[in-house]
Design a protein around this ligand. Sequence first.
Ligand code: SF4
Length: 365
Amino acid sequence: MRYIDEFRDPDLAKRLIKEIHKVAKHEWVIMEICGGQTHAILRYGLDELLPPNIELVHGPGCPVCVTSLELIDKALIIAGQPNVIFTSYGDMLRVPGSNGDLFKVRAAGADIRVVYSPLDAVTIAQKNPSKQVVFFAIGFETTAPPNLASVAQAERLGLDNFSILVSQVRVPPAMHAILGSPHNRVQGFLAAGHVCSVMGYWEYPPIAEQYHVPITVTGFEPLDLLEGIRQNITMLEQGQFDVTNAYSRVVTEQGNTAAQRMIDTYFESCDRNWRGIGLIPASGWKLRDEYNRFDADIQFNTGDIQTKESSICIAGQILQGIKKPFECPAFGTLCTPENPLGATMVSAEGACSAYFRYKSSHVNS
Ligand code: SF4
């Protein structure tokens, strides 16, 4: 039996840091894609233990942060309807839309409930046959199987009062968008272990080859991250553009094929808007036509939405590794976790909230 403590061992961490200092001879910019990894890096101060020539930038891997403003506004409209019970993970309630958030809609009388599993939303639908129950199905590849499990369960139970508002996004198209941008600074990637536990990493070698970036799959504990960084820098220094796996206790190249089959059964690829970044072709999933009855976007037909983003928020640039949170003029002053202007300050995985929590010395005064 292996325990988490083993992956936080200070002596092993010191050895890895020493090796990183030894191997890192040039300046490199490495992006961790996942917001969970961003928080772990900042919480354990790993960025400050690296040599000064290694810069970590923080990618668009926080699902709450990248859910488009249009979908947040649709959620506000649907949740505000009288016969609806709107269910969501807790973080989404505080994400600002064009005019307020789900908390505000709830304060105005809407029935909005926090759930810890999409299946809880199905149970609510079973218990409330006269209401339409909607689950806000956000997330990357990791959440697709549990979100779809709710659709499968509702289908099995023959429910006609359950639907999901889908905001599923995928990592590889986002990597293409970042690497293909004229503003790109990223030279190496740390790929998110939980995403790869579902999808494997078979999609990554063509990206590494096309853009000449090494990609290392890694986890969330300090030793996972340090080993991932070490492998990535080693490849950068050797001019090697491969994919390595520093999280082999969880991830295989093929991933969870049963989960991938489930995704293929219910979802098809679609273009998606990423908040602050814009439209990324084929970067999302939506329900296939035969499951339209479970698609809240279709069932509620919210139509075209005119969105209004905060003019100050630079979250889009942060999520592409172009800027850091403390470069935002609102960071820590106009924008705080209590009064967030952008989603990256709300989420437990957002880069701005991580900097606010762990790097408060950078707060503007
Ligand atoms: S600090 Fe607030 S306003 Fe600035 S980028 Fe982050 S979320 Fe947006």
